[in-house]
Design a protein around this ligand. Structure first.
Ligand code: MEV
Length: 436
């Protein structure tokens, strides 16, 4: 049975999209997702001092603002969540919220993380005897792990993480010879871990060269973190057999055809990237990880899979979604801090699991629309307002133009900015004729 808090969440999410901004803020405050101070900050435009930008990047000239919204109705691992999303694309948040409601009413979302270690790479480009280098790495592994944990990663070790092990891989050069690539595995706890793993690898460069008598060429983390995978699973019950079949077919299409896989995965990332941006995480790293994992068997495939299992539709997302809830922008940017608070996450793992769940639900929403009514109708309905404003309609003209555009849309199934301009022109001509 749902707890009082859970019931409150679903009640407070009811009709959320129809509220005005003040009412939405009030609801979020009532849910405990925002404090009074947070509400004042957002109401005042979430202004961030320009000096802060200087701490992040070089040659600063200003800030770039994106809209921040919240996706509603998400119940992940039995717990309701408010999902902050910073994104410019119309309909992502609406589709996520609508699909999350569908899932909440007909199924469940569960998540897990498999493995905790991130990967740093140390390349020895030219090895005369790979087998000998591999033996030496194994011989010195424990000594290097201990030294790196003592001299570089002591902070992580005190929090239960740190460097765990070192492997060596043979990578063919393409000229008949091989390179040796050391993989340093470390648990970054609640940080994304990029800085620390890079530092560890650079620290190990000297000892590796000394022990192997080989030249280290470069050291850098890998974004293909298949040793720290995030999984989300959606189970839906009681759907029509035909709908399940259509979604299964759409999923197969994205598994088998890289052209479709690219678009499918873009749709999954529609759910993930906006959370990464809102929480100050490195979305390029996650994108690289997801796409490289999608190509792990040598062919680019869908990062999600939907199948019928008897009377259930089951969807799975699995990929590296490595992010942090401490350090860097996540702790310095006031809006990122606020968004993390809104999510009520306590660890990087929890945030990663939420991202995976939202990505999978976003994918389900897209597949459901694509295999039934098509994407244009819902998308364009939401887009009508943008077109109306884009055509230059004044506030008092907006309702008329929107209504007319909706009619054109349902008649022709298509709509564009030129329609909006045309409708506005007609409206103004009509009004001019009506004037005495
Ligand atoms: C558009 O941003 C995303 C979709 O193209 C995703 C998909 O095709 O699965 C609708």
């Amino acid at each position: 049975m749902a707890s009082k808090v859970e019931r409150n969440f679903s009640e407070l999410f009811q009709g959320f999209s129809k509220l005005d901004r003040e009412e939405r803020l009030a609801r979020l405050q009532e849910m405990g997702a925002l404090s009074g101070e947070d509400v004042r900050f957002l109401r005042a435009g979430a202004h961030v001092p320009i000096e802060l930008a200087e701490k992040f990047i070089e040659n600063v000239v200003g800030f770039f603002q994106l809209p921040l919204g919240v996706a509603t109705n998400f119940e992940i691992d039995g717990r309701s969540r408010v999902i902050p999303m910073a994104v410019e694309e119309t309909s992502i948040i609406a589709a996520a919220s609508k699909t999350a409601k569908w899932v909440r009413e007909n199924g469940s979302i569960t998540t897990e993380m498999r493995g905790h270690e991130i990967i740093g790479q140390i390349q020895i480009a030219k090895v005369s005897d790979f087998g000998h280098v591999a033996e030496l790495v194994k011989l010195h592994e424990q000594e290097w792990v201990t030294a790196a944990n003592r001299d570089v990663a002591a902070g992580l070790v005190s929090r239960g993480g740190g460097v765990k092990r070192i492997d060596v891989r043979r990578v063919e050069r393409g000229d008949g010879k091989a390179m040796a690539v050391l993989h340093v595995f470390a648990d970054p706890c609640d940080a994304m871990g990029a800085n620390i793993i890079n530092q560890v690898c650079e620290y190990l460069k000297g000892p590796v060269e000394l022990a192997t008598q080989e030249k280290v060429t470069m050291c850098i983390l890998s974004n293909l973190v298949d040793s720290r995978l995030t999984r989300a699973r959606v189970e839906m019950l009681g759907l029509e057999a035909e709908l399940m079949e259509r979604i299964e077919e759409a999923s197969l299409f994205a598994q088998q055809d890289p052209y479709r896989a690219a678009t499918n995965n873009k749709g999954v990332l529609n759910g993930i990237d906006p959370i990464l941006i809102a929480t100050g995480n490195d979305w390029r790293a996650v994108e690289a990880g997801v796409h490289s994992y999608a190509t792990r068997d040598g062919r680019y495939r869908s990062i999600t899979c939907w199948k019928r299992e008897q009377n259930r539709l089951v969807g799975v997302f699995e990929a590296p979604v490595v992010l942090g809830v401490v350090g860097g922008v996540t702790t310095l940017h006031p809006t990122a801090k606020l968004c993390l608070k809104m999510l009520q996450v306590k660890s990087a793992e929890e945030l990663s699991r939420i991202c995976a769940a939202v990505g999978l639900v976003q994918n389900l929403g897209a597949l459901r629309a694509l295999t039934t009514v098509g994407i244009i109708e819902g998308h364009m309905k939401l887009h009508i307002k943008n077109l109306t404003l884009g055509a230059g309609a004044l506030e008092r003209e907006v309702p008329f133009v929107q209504k007319r555009l909706e009619e054109i849309l349902s008649l022709h199934k298509r709509i564009s900015l030129s329609n909006a301009i045309e409708v506005l022109k007609e409206l103004r001509a009509e009004r001019a004729r009506e004037l005495p």
